[in-house]
Design a protein around this ligand. Structure first.
Ligand code: NI
Length: 268
C-alpha cells in the first residue's frame, strides 16, 4: 500500500498517460490556457470483477488506508455493475469511483473465459503498492476478447487492460480561464479532440448538481496471446459541480450520467 495519496495518484497518472496520449495533450492544453500547472483532478475511475479478493472492497483498501471513506453506492443494471465512490475528508483530494462487474450474471461462456484468466492469479498481489496501475495478470486471446466484447464492453476492456485508471477527470470548477463545461468542450473540439456524444455531449445538468463530458478513448495496441491489436484504451473526463440547496458543492455521482460515460471506451 502507498503511504501517500500523492504517490498513489502519481503512479496512476504515469500509467494512464502512457496509454492515453490524448489526455497528456489535453492536460498541457489546459495548463497553457489557464497559465497554471494546477489542473485539479476531480476523480478517477477503476474497474474490477466482483470475485472474492478482487472486488471493489478489496481494491478500496488502497484508499481507505489513506483516509478515504466509502460514500455513494450505485447500480448499473443493464451493464451488470455495482459501484461505490470514495472520498477524502479533505475535499481537494480527488474522489475515487470504483465499479465491479457482476460476473455471475454473464453467460456461462463469458464466465468461463474470466475464470480461465483469473485461475493463475496470485491474489496476494492485490495489496502491493502498484497493484492499482499494474495492468493485466493473465493472458487472453483476441478470440476470447471478442467473445467478451460481444456480451460486455466492460468485461472486454478489463480483460485487455486490467487494473489501472480508466479515466482521470478535470475539475472544471477549479479552472481559472473557463468556468463552464460548454467552453471546455468547445476548446477541445477546436483542437481536434473527439467527445463522447452518447446521451448527448454533456451528461447531467445543474438540476442534478453535476455536468460531465468526456473524450472518446484513445486507440492503443494490446498484445493478446495470439495477436497484437489496437483497441480503445482510456479517456479523459471533465466535470462541473454545482451547489446543493445547503450551498455546498455536490460531491457524488449521477448514475444516469455515469452509465453513458462508461461508453467512452466503446469502439467508435
Ligand atoms: Ni468519471
Amino acid at each position: 500500500m502507498h503511504t501517500s495519496i500523492n504517490d498513489l495518484f502519481a503512479g496512476l497518472w504515469a500509467d494512464y498517460v502512457a496509454i492515453t496520449p490524448s489526455a497528456a495533450r489535453i492536460h498541457e492544453l489546459l495548463q497553457q490556457h489557464d497559465n497554471s500547472n494546477d489542473i485539479i483532478n476531480d476523480h478517477i475511475a477503476l474497474r474490477t470483477f466482483n470475485v472474492p479478493g478482487l472486488a471493489v472492497a478489496d481494491l478500496a483498501v488502497h484508499f481507505t488506508q489513506l483516509g478515504y471513506v466509502q460514500s455513494g453506492e450505485y447500480d448499473f443494471n443493464s451493464k451488470k455493475l455495482n459501484a461505490w465512490h470514495f472520498q477524502h475528508p479533505n475535499p481537494t483530494q480527488p474522489k475515487v469511483f470504483i465499479s465491479e462487474l457482476r460476473v455471475d450474471e454473464l453467460s456461462t461462456d463469458a464466465q468461463a473465459i474470466i475464470q480461465k484468466m483469473l485461475a493463475n492469479m496470485d491474489l496476494a498481489i492485490v495489496a502491493s503498492d502498484n497493484f492499482l496501475y499494474s495492468g493485466t495478470h493473465w493472458q487472453v486471446s483476441e478470440t476470447d476478447y471478442r467473445a467478451l466484447l460481444a456480451e460486455s464492453e466492460y468485461a472486454a476492456w478489463l480483460a485487455a487492460w486490467g487494473f489501472r485508471a480508466n479515466h482521470f477527470t478535470v475539475s472544471v470548477n477549479h479552472l481559472s480561464s473557463m468556468h463552464e463545461l460548454t467552453d471546455v468542450n468547445a476548446l477541445l473540439k477546436e483542437n481536434g479532440f473527439v467527445l463522447n456524444t452518447s446521451g448527448g455531449e454533456i451528461k447531467g445538468s445543474p438540476e442534478v448538481c453535476l455536468a460531465q463530458s468526456s473524450t472518446m478513448a484513445d486507440s492503443m495496441p494490446v498484445a493478446f496471446s495470439d495477436a497484437t491489436v489496437a483497441i480503445p484504451s482510456c479517456f479523459y473526463e471533465f466535470a462541473q459541480r454545482y451547489a446543493m440547496a445547503n450551498g455546498e458543492l455536490y460531491q457524488g455521482f449521477v448514475a444516469a450520467s455515469a452509465d453513458k460515460i462508461f461508453e467512452s471506451t466503446n469502439v467508435n
